[in-house]
Each structure stands twice: as structure tokens, then as C-alpha cells.
Design a protein. Structure first.
Length: 273
């Protein structure tokens, strides 16, 4: 039994040693990654290794793994606008390396290329782009500014074989003094609009009064002409209509009592003539 276990132990040790030695001859590239090999004699091998298992010469060749999925960085910048206002900006950048140029990136920039390039071009483009706008334009044209920053950054990143998938402004803050000035300006604009509305309303009332006066004048003229042509019959008719209206109104009131013209007859007191 002891010999059996010794033999099993030797076999296990042999497999372990074989596996350890074999692992030095291969490297594995996972999903969303690419590999580039550095050869101590030839330098960077101009080949990009895809997903899967690949063979290398141990101690002579060293694999370098790049992530080719889109990643993001937040770039913060404090810069000035065209009208000399100070603004704090934060920009989110989604980026990835150009797969076909990974050997060049490794040779020129290293595997940490993103830490070297993205912050530097981000600061450069942010300061130059923001300086072209007034503070108010940054607030009202935010989407346009983001697109311009993306275009400028993409051109700069292309020189380093980096692809930018998206660039967007996530934070935009001005000084307290400027924010207070913006608020005061908005209040002044609202007051101006209100004053404008009041003036327009008065103008309309003035026009309405003029039209009403013209209508009354025309009505009076027509009545005067009718009286001149047909006598005072129209006036008498209007008096009768007014009396009928007054009587109709008084008849419906509970606090009004009517008595005959001869009050003596109502009280049954003989009248003296």
C-alpha cells in the first residue's frame, strides 16, 4: 500500500510539473481582449492575437493583454470662457484602442496608453473649446458644445490610434456670483415681458374705448337724424319701452307694493271736490 501511494504521489508530481512547464508555453486571451507578444530578440511582434489559447517561447516571449471593449474615463477641468467666467467641467469619455494598431500602441505608448493619453488630450481640448463660448452659450448650447468637444478629441485621439465612441458633458458649474447674475437677469427679463404685456393690454383697451365711443357717437347721430326726419315719436317710443322695463322689474320685487292712483278710494274715504 505504501508503494502504491508513493507511485501515485510521483505521478501527481509529474503531472503538476508537466502542467507548470506547459503553462509557460501558452497564454490565454479572454473575450473582449487581444494579445500582443514582445520578443526579447525581435521586439514587438507585429501580430494581434485573438481570443483563445496561443503558444509562446518562455523567457523569450512575453504576452501583453489589451482590453478592446469600450471603457470610460471622467475628465475634470477648471477653465475660463470667452467672457472671462470660470467654469468647472466634467466630461465622460468612452474609448477603446484600434485593434489593428495594438503592436504600435504597445511599442510607442505601453499597455497603460489610456492613462498617458486620455487625460492630456481631454484637458487640452476642453480648455480650447470652452474658450470659444460665452458662459451663457455653454448653458443654452450644451449639446452643440459636447459635439464639438467630441469631434476635436476624436481627431486628437486618432493620432494615437484610439477610438472615441462617446463624449458627453456630465457636470457644468459656474461661480456663485455668475449664477446670481444669471438669476437676476432672468427675473429682469420676466419683469420686462410683464411690462410689455401690460402696455399691450392698455393699448388694446384704448382701441376698444375709441371704438366704443365712435359707436356711441354714430348711434347718437342716427337717432338725431331720425328725430329730425320723423319727429319725436322715436323718443316717445323709447320712453314707453323704458317704462315697461321698469314696471316689469318692480313687479317681480317682493318689497314693492302698488296702490291705485286715487288713494281715497282704497281707504273708502269720500273725497271732497
Amino acid at each position: 500500500m505504501e508503494k502504491f501511494f508513493n507511485r501515485v504521489g510521483k505521478i501527481g508530481a509529474g503531472f503538476f510539473a508537466t502542467g507548470l512547464l506547459f503553462s509557460r508555453f501558452i497564454f490565454v486571451v479572454d473575450g473582449g481582449e487581444r494579445g500582443v507578444v514582445f520578443d526579447r530578440f525581435r521586439g514587438v511582434v507585429q501580430k494581434v492575437y485573438g481570443e483563445g489559447m496561443h503558444f509562446i517561447i518562455p523567457f523569450i516571449q512575453v504576452p501583453n493583454i489589451f482590453e478592446v471593449r469600450a471603457r470610460y474615463q471622467l475628465i475634470h477641468s477648471r477653465t475660463g470662457t470667452r467672457d472671462l467666467q470660470t467654469v468647472d467641467l466634467a466630461v465622460r469619455i468612452l474609448y477603446r484602442p484600434l485593434e489593428s494598431q495594438l503592436p504600435k500602441i504597445l511599442n510607442n505608448l505601453g499597455i497603460d496608453y489610456d492613462k498617458r493619453i486620455i487625460p492630456s488630450i481631454g484637458q487640452e481640448v476642453l480648455k480650447s473649446s470652452v474658450a470659444q463660448y460665452n458662459a451663457e452659450q455653454l448653458l443654452t448650447q450644451r449639446e452643440k458644445v459636447s459635439l464639438e468637444i467630441k469631434d476635436d478629441m476624436s481627431k486628437r485621439a486618432k493620432d494615437f490610434d484610439i477610438v472615441l465612441d462617446d463624449v458627453s458633458i456630465t457636470h457644468l458649474k459656474f461661480s456663485k456670483e455668475f449664477a446670481a447674475a444669471i438669476e437676476q437677469k432672468q427675473v429682469a427679463q420676466q419683469m420686462a415681458e410683464r411690462s410689455k404685456f401690460v402696455v399691450m393690454q392698455r393699448e388694446q383697451e384704448k382701441i376698444a374705448n375709441i371704438l366704443r365711443a365712435e359707436g356711441e357717437s354714430e348711434g347718437a347721430r342716427l337717432i338725431a337724424n331720425a328725430i329730425n326726419e320723423h319727429g319725436k315719436g322715436l323718443v316717445a317710443l323709447r320712453k314707453i319701452e323704458a317704462a315697461q322695463h321698469i314696471a316689469s322689474t318692480l313687479s317681480t320685487s317682493p318689497n314693492i307694493s302698488f296702490i291705485a292712483g286715487n288713494t281715497m278710494n282704497m281707504l273708502q274715504i269720500p273725497s271732497h271736490r
